[in-house]
Design a protein around this ligand. Sequence first.
Ligand SMILES: [Ca+2]
Length: 178
Amino acid sequence: MPRLTTWIALALLMTACSHDANKTKEKIPEVAADRVLFTTSFEDFEGWVAENPSLNKEKAHTGQYSIKVDQNMEFSQTYTNQLARLSPKRFDKVRLTAWGYLTAPSAAALVFQITRADQTSVFYEKIDINKVNSWEQVSKVLTLPTVLDPMDQVRIYLWRASATAPAYLDDVKLSVEP
Ligand SMILES: [Ca+2]
C-alpha cells in the first residue's frame, strides 16, 4: 500500500487539478497488440495478491471481477510498476483506457501517477468517471514529462473523489501512443 504521506500529497495535488478529462468525447481507437504495455480484467488476481476488499465480484464489465472504492476505501487496489519494467524502450505518450461504473451521482477518478523512489510525485493525471448505473469507457492520452527516470514508479488506481457510494473499475489497458 502506498504511504499515507503520498495520499496527503495527492490530495493537495487534486485540489489543483481541473476537471478537463471529459470535455470532448473522442472515439476511442483500437490499439495494436504490440503497443499494449499491460491490460487486465482482474480475473486472475484472487489468491495472488494480498487480501484486499477492493477486488470484488459485485459488478464486472467483463468476467466476474472488478476493483472498487466505497465509503470505507478511498483508493482501490493499485497497479505499481517501474517504468523500466513496463517497457525496456522509452516512451513519451501513453493511452490509458478503462471501464468505470458509479452507483450514485458523483465523481470517481481513474488516476495515473508517476512517483520517485522517495514517493514524491513527478506526474499526475486523472480521468473522471461520471456515468451512473451503467459501464462507461473512459480514455485519455497522457504526454509524459521528459525528466522521468527508468526507476520511477507508475501507479494506476481508482480514486473515490466525491463518490460516497461504491464505484467500480474494470478492463484497464495502458498502451504506447504513437
Ligand atoms: Ca473483469
